[in-house]
Design a protein around this ligand. Sequence first.
Ligand SMILES: Cc1cc2nc3c(=O)[nH]c(=O)nc-3n(C[C@H](O)[C@H](O)[C@H](O)COP(=O)(O)OP(=O)(O)OC[C@H]3O[C@@H](n4cnc5c(N)ncnc54)[C@H](O)[C@@H]3O)c2cc1C
Length: 482
Amino acid sequence: MSHTTSSVPRISVVGAGPGGLTVAMLLAASGADVTLWEAHDRVGGRSRRIEIDGHGFDCGATFFMMPWVLDEITRACGYPLESLHHMDRLDPMYRLVFRGDLGDLTLDTTQDLQEMASRLDAVCPGDGQAFLAFMKENRHKLNAMTPVLRDAVRNPLDLVKLRNLGAAKYIKPWESVYDNLSKRFSDERVRLSMSFQSKYLGMSPFECPSIFTILPFIEYEDGVWHPQGGINSLLATLGRTCEELGVDVRTGSPVESVTYQGRRATGVVVDGVEHACDHVVLNADATWAMRHLIPEGLRPRGWSDAEIGKKRYSCSTWMSYMAIEGELDLPHHTICFSGDYRRNLQDITTDLKASEDPSMYFCNPVPIDPSMAPPGMSSLYCLIPTPNCRADVDWAAEGPRLREKIAEQLERLGISDIKDRIIGEKIISPDDWQADNIHLGATFNIAHNLGQMLHRRPLHKLNGLESTWMVGGGRTPDRVFP
Ligand SMILES: Cc1cc2nc3c(=O)[nH]c(=O)nc-3n(C[C@H](O)[C@H](O)[C@H](O)COP(=O)(O)OP(=O)(O)OC[C@H]3O[C@@H](n4cnc5c(N)ncnc54)[C@H](O)[C@@H]3O)c2cc1C
């Protein structure tokens, strides 16, 4: 097969997660001839739609944040985000529920900063003022970090560029998110309220580098949003927008390999047939794609099978999606901390076992978005953080116990009859994530410890390879496209 000669670049994007969809839009809007290959029969990646008898669920992501970032992308393609999809800002943003050793507390969070400060002062006098100071300092911190997060850091020299130097004082390798917050807040539950967000990176706040205190700051500054129909529906909208822009979207089409001539990618193989292109953009799980789609001898330094085996990876999740009869008196997002939160985190990150007393998160979208279930019914999503597949856990055997734990937790939240009301259920375990082309079932990718951040993650343009690119979670932030 010869290399293509047309002046319009032909580009194959592998994977229709948020990264694949948005890069396909941008490339098509710039005039490229784009084919988007997706293994599943719908777009959306880790947050595609799950459906049980008319009940809709986001598979993974349910917290939508920083809509202005997506707006920048859609606008660059000629579609302001507001013209594409309706979103609601949530207030309360989420409910936090503590119990056990920590002491019982239910805390609703709000973007009204003075009100939030009063709620924290009611938990522990002084922590409200500390919260306002936290917001002020993190506003500076995010401003200083923005060039590092949005532009390319492809090597250590990029880090010491003048425009990145402002961030240096915030990079403290010795300090975790929890250490940083312990200096500010007196009450353990307030510290955890501002640090559980490390889980968005699949990490423990006791290990996660303190630069990531920007995560709770971003929630309180920009809000937590619900796209109508769920994030899955927003991503389906992006899929349709891709098609309007001329992208050839091929769902149900797993890419089996990328073909190379020397170090140049020349095509992708789907169902045994080679499809020629000038560039390949990989959006499948970064580590999985390295291992399965790029021959070992061609990979950049640091990504041999042996080196991949030594890297640290995020936690995984055990999921239950429940079609429920009737309505549920629960807020949109409820996060229930384990009665022994430290033990729970140790089980996930160090001891690698299923917790006796797991933390769990519920999403109950129907009260603000009736489109997500048939009339009078509910769609309840439950996420339990777990170790990834490096743990030797029989998840099939754990399933019934975890379902009991969910029923116990819901009973504490005032819903005592959940078992009688479940009319359909789907489970996704860490093994299922792994079988879905996610390395080790580590749902939040390679861990974000300092040794694996920025230029130490796969770059968008892979070193040493021509015309092979990567986008999406698990890569370094970098705005260079073909
Ligand atoms: C349980 C869970 C909860 C989460 N909660 C949140 C949240 O609340 N808020 C938030 O912002 N983020 C959340 N996330 C993270 C968010 O889902 C990811 O950051 C995001 O989906 C990553 O997008 P991506 O572009 O890297 O692609 P992915 O979503 O990983 O999609 C990659 C796509 O590639 C496809 N693919 C894989 N192999 C092939 C192949 N060989 N050929 C063709 N296609 C292939 C896959 O099927 C998939 O569709 C959550 C994730 C999970 C798992």
